[in-house]
Design a binder for this molecule. Structure first.
Ligand code: UT7
Length: 317
């Protein structure tokens, strides 16, 4: 026993910021951002918190899955950009939904959606849960240095949620960690201990773009190949590839390397930028609501990012 997805939801803050808007503040251009990253606009919080976005996406997923809050057995949320270390975003969502089930956050940066599904699968296998809400929610705009043009043009804010119910549709999975802070690091605040001696690092995203890019392409291709093999299917049997939306060139590179027909790779990075843990569930919600995923379709999900971490899975819809 694992699970099936019975509902999806997503929410982004209303303010849409175009590349031309950004070019008013920093030395960049629409042309550079579209060519090098594939983003045309992103949504940015003005008053909303990561928990606000998560709550809105959660409500929509429950509605879409025709499920009452009282039937939830667990809420799992992932974020690297929540306002509070405690309470966790999942706990804020639990309170605001009026749920009584346990709630916890998982930190696996941009790979977290896959890590959350794998965690949920364990609870289903042990028959501890019947309904689980899984949410990725990010206010990346809070943790970006807005004067760093190699970072602030990439990311966006948003949340995506899926509602899981008992089923046998989670077919294969793989998680990887290659620990280290040299390539991607998001430092927390340093505190004010008069005894602490380490150098203060700005609490923003620090990323070596090209190294991350290489890691991302290799990890995504290796992970997808392995989960396809573990599922006992052929690449041609994959109906939808739903990759983490970090850079359109990463997705294009994977298309060339994998033997999956290229039209089956989905992307919405041009409208949202990289929303880290939220990017896959936002894209799933869009495809679901557009009626583009049919019953029994095979989905390959793949993500990569800070940790360094990566993961992939095969799901039947
Ligand atoms: O989700 C977490 C995982 N993250 C990722 O997967 C991100 C992976 N990496 C990337 O997506 C890309 O490496 C970036 C988008 C971050 C950068 O693209 P790049 O093609 O690797 O550019 P670069 O860093 O090699 O910079 C090329 C040039 C530089 O100028 P010079 O030194 O050649 O004169 C940069 O200063 O582009 C310049 N540049 C910009 N120019 C205009 C960097 N950012 C910008 C910008 N606008 N926003």
């Amino acid at each position: 026993m694992t699970f099936k997805i019975i509902g999806t939801g997503s929410y982004v803050p209303p303010l849409a910021v175009t590349n031309d808007d950004l070019a008013k503040y920093i030395d960049t251009s629409d042309e550079w951002i579209v060519q090098r990253v594939g983003v045309k606009k992103r949504h940015i919080c003005t008053t909303e918190t990561a928990a606000d976005l998560a709550y809105e996406a959660a409500k929509l997923a429950l509605e879409n899955g025709n499920t009452r809050v009282e039937d939830l057995d667990m809420i799992i949320c992932a974020t690297v950009s929540g306002e509070d270390i405690s309470p966790a975003v999942s706990c804020s969502v639990q309170e605001r939904l009026g749920a009584t089930c346990p709630a916890m956050d998982i930190n696996a940066a941009c790979s977290a959606f896959i890590f959350m599904l794998e965690t949920a699968a364990g609870y289903f296998a042990r028959k501890k849960v019947k309904k689980v809400l899984v949410i990725g929610a990010e206010r990346m705009s809070r943790i970006m240095d807005w004067s760093d043009r190699s970072i602030c043009v990439i990311f966006g804010d948003g949340a995506g949620a899926v509602l899981l119910s008992e089923g046998d549709n989670y077919i294969s999975s793989k998680l990887n960690t290659q620990g280290g802070d040299d390539v991607i690091k998001i430092p927390n605040f340093m505190g004010s201990s008069p005894f602490y001696k380490n150098e203060q690092i700005k609490p923003y995203i620090h990323m070596k773009g090209q190294e991350t890019f290489k890691f991302a392409v290799n990890a995504m291709c290796k992970d997808i190949t392995e989960v396809i093999e573990e599922a006992g299917i052929t690449p041609e049997e994959v109906d939808h590839v739903i990759p983490h939306q970090a850079n359109i060139r990463i997705i294009d590179a994977a298309k060339k390397r994998l033997n999956i027909p290229p039209e089956r790779f989905h992307s919405n990075i041009e409208s949202y930028g990289n929303t880290s843990a939220a990017s896959i569930p936002i894209l799933i919600d869009e495809l679901n609501r557009a009626g583009r995923i049919k019953k029994d379709d095979i989905l390959a999900l793949a993500a990569f990012g800070g940790g360094l971490s990566s993961g992939a899975c095969i799901l039947r819809w």
